[in-house]
Ligand binder design. Structure first.
Ligand SMILES: Nc1ncnc2c1ncn2[C@@H]1O[C@H](COP(=O)(O)OP(=O)(O)OP(=O)(O)O)[C@@H](O)[C@H]1O
Length: 221
C-alpha cells in the first residue's frame, strides 16, 4: 500500500495522500521505477493502519478515514465554487485540507500499536483549533446575528459549504469512539467539532458577500 508515502501535506492515512504521478512519466523505462496505485493487498476486504496492523475494511478506523476523505473532497468542491466568485478565504480552505491529511494520519495510527516514531510523525497539535476560532470570530463580527434557523441555501458556495459542514459532523461522529478509547488524539475530535462551526459561519459569510438570501425556517401552518 502507498499509505506510507509522505505527500506535500501529511504522513498518510487518507487515500488522498497518494502521490500523484503525471501520465507523461509512464515511459517504459520509468514504468519499472514508478510504484503502481493498485497493490491489490486490499482486495480481500482488509487494509493496513499506519502502524502496520491488518484490519477489516469496515473497522471504525477506516470508517473514520473514509469520512475524513469525503470531508476534504466536499471542501474541495465548495472551494471551487468559492474561487469562481473570487472569495479570498479560499486560502483558509487550502490549509484546512492539509490539516485534514494530518487528521487522517493521526486516526490511521492507533496508539495501542504505535511506536514512538509513529507517534512523532503523526502527532496532532492544538494550533489548528486556535486558527479556526480566530477565523470564526472575525467572520462573525461582520455577520448579522442569527435570529432564525437557517436552511442550507444562499448560492452554490454557501450550499456546498453547508454540505461540507454535514460531512464534517459525520466525520466527527465516527472519530468520537476512537478518541474516547484513547486511540486518537483528543485534539482531532476538537478540531472537527470546531470545523463544523467554521463551515457554518463561512457558509453564511459567503452568502452575505455574494448578496444572496439565506432561506429561513418557517413552520408550515
Ligand atoms: N475503503 C476504504 N475506506 C477508507 N480508508 C481505506 C479504505 N481502503 C483502504 N483505506 C485506507 O487508506 C489507505 C490507502 O488505501 P489503499 O487503497 O492503498 O489500501 P488497500 O485497499 O489496502 O490497497 P490496494 O488498493 O492497493 O489494494 C490504506 O492503507 C488504509 O489505511
Amino acid at each position: 500500500s502507498l499509505v506510507r508515502a509522505a505527500s506535500r501535506c501529511g504522513e498518510g492515512g487518507l487515500s488522498g495522500v497518494r502521490p500523484v504521478f503525471p501520465h507523461n512519466s509512464y515511459s517504459t523505462e520509468e514504468d519499472k521505477k514508478v510504484p503502481k496505485i493498485y497493490t491489490k493487498t486490499g482486495d480481500k476486504g482488509f487494509s493496513s493502519t499506519f502502524t502496520g496492523e491488518r484490519r477489516p475494511k469496515e473497522d471504525h478506523i477506516f470508517e473514520a478515514l473514509g469520512n475524513t476523505d469525503e470531508l476534504s473532497s466536499a471542501i474541495g468542491l465548495a472551494r471551487e465554487f468559492c474561487l469562481d466568485k473570487g472569495h479570498t478565504f479560499t486560502d483558509q480552505l487550502d490549509k484546512i485540507q492539509c490539516i485534514l491529511q494530518d487528521v487522517g494520519s493521526n486516526i490511521a495510527t492507533p496508539r495501542s500499536s504505535a511506536r514512538e516514531s509513529h507517534m512523532k510523525r503523526t502527532n496532532f497539535t492544538a494550533q489548528p483549533i486556535t486558527d479556526l476560532e480566530t477565523w470564526i470570530d472575525s467572520f462573525t463580527k461582520e455577520l448579522p446575528p442569527l435570529t432564525n434557523f437557517i436552511l442550507p441555501s444562499g448560492g452554490k458556495s454557501s450550499a456546498t459549504l453547508h454540505l461540507a459542514r454535514t460531512v464534517c459532523r459525520r466525520a466527527e461522529r465516527s472519530v468520537a469512539p476512537i478518541v474516547r478509547s484513547g486511540e486518537a488524539d483528543p485534539n482531532v475530535a476538537k478540531f472537527l467539532n470546531r470545523l463544523s462551526d467554521y463551515l457554518f459561519t463561512l457558509a453564511r459569510y459567503a452568502s452575505m458577500k455574494e448578496g444572496n438570501e439565506e432561506k429561513i425556517y418557517k413552520r408550515s401552518e
